[in-house]
Design a protein around this ligand. Structure first.
Ligand code: SF4
Length: 312
């Protein structure tokens, strides 16, 4: 069976289960990736799935930049940080030398990759090389235009109590708020790694940007941040060369209100799931396959049938 997350405490009531709504939970409940069985394995059983390659690479990229505490690979039980590019820049006001940035990336990716069983021959070095190219090119150009304001800031915003009087919260963790060029206000940023170019239509723009914007407006830890602008910093590791680009999303009241209403619906779905116990599998979910869902074997055992694809 799967190992549990360290210090896992299973929710004990519907209020417990729905109290903390992180932006990733929204995708777990609703939308093309939703699967309620997967939500149960993660949020109720607390199972840790095997580390996935894409996630581990993204974590290495985040850690190189922000020194975010690790949660996967060797950091699952030892989530200490090392200083990343922006942490150093925040402390010293200086850009970290390119060779040091590459060294940090080499170290964290090597550590993350040591836990992966599905790397093909040469893949680890190939991805490392792509990261180096990205660091040496566009990313260094973007990073030099930024002055960090806050790094890795958690927020937890109390919302209206529900019909039973239970409290609930919007929760999240912002990679960075930063001044860009000579802007007079910092704004929110988030780093992504992607296999292909980012599109302005992707779900993150509609979910993560307003979710964090609500966090910025209501949270003293992000006071002074411009809540109407959000930048995704996307590292694309495509077949020919890696590159990094910025995608700026404008957020308005309609997006925030829509997000709050969507989140209230998601809370109600979660309450219903808790009460009925009907955490049904969704084999049509876009992430449902033996290679993409870490819980596929538990799912086959519990619900029967065959999950498509091959285990990698
Ligand atoms: S294997 Fe598919 S149906 Fe089962 S938990 Fe994973 S995503 Fe859901």
């Amino acid at each position: 069976m799967y190992p549990r997350k360290p210090d896992w405490k299973a929710p004990e009531s519907a209020a417990d289960f729905t109290r903390f709504i992180h932006q990733s939970t929204i995708g777990d409940v609703q939308g093309p990736f939703a699967c309620h069985a997967q939500l149960k394995y993660k949020a109720i059983d607390g199972y840790r799935s095997k580390p996935a390659k894409a996630l581990s690479y993204g974590t290495a990229w985040d850690r190189m930049q922000y020194a975010v505490a690790g949660t996967t690979g060797p950091y699952a039980t030892k989530p200490e940080t090392l200083d990343g590019y922006f942490r150093e820049k925040q402390k010293s006001g200086e850009d970290m030398p390119e060779k040091d940035v590459k060294e940090v990336f080499d170290q964290v990716w090597t550590e993350e990759a040591s836990e992966l069983e599905d790397l093909k021959e040469g893949e680890k070095d190939d991805l490392l090389k792509r990261g180096f190219i990205a660091i040496g090119g566009a990313w260094m150009d973007i990073a030099k235009t930024l002055q960090p304001h806050k790094l890795h800031t958690e927020f937890s915003v109390p919302m209206q109590p529900d019909q039973d009087g239970d409290e609930w919260f919007l929760r999240g963790s912002v990679d960075m708020s930063a001044y860009k060029g000579d802007s007079d206000k910092p704004h929110l940023r988030d780093a992504k790694t992607s296999g292909k170019s980012w599109s302005l239509g992707v779900a993150d723009n509609k979910v993560q940007a307003p979710h964090y914007s609500i966090g910025a407006i209501n949270s003293s830890s992000l006071e002074g941040v411009d809540p109407d602008k959000f930048t995704f910093e996307v590292m694309v590791k495509n077949k020919t060369k890696a590159n990094v680009s910025e995608h700026v999303v404008k957020i308005d009241d309609l997006m925030r209100t829509t997000h709050l209403r969507r989140t209230a619906i998601i809370r109600d779905i979660m309450r219903m799931l808790w009460k009925t116990g009907d955490f049904l599998p969704n084999r049509d979910s876009m992430t449902c396959s033996r290679s993409n869902c870490g819980y596929w074997s538990a799912c086959e055992r519990e619900f029967g049938g065959t999950v498509r694809g091959v285990e990698v």
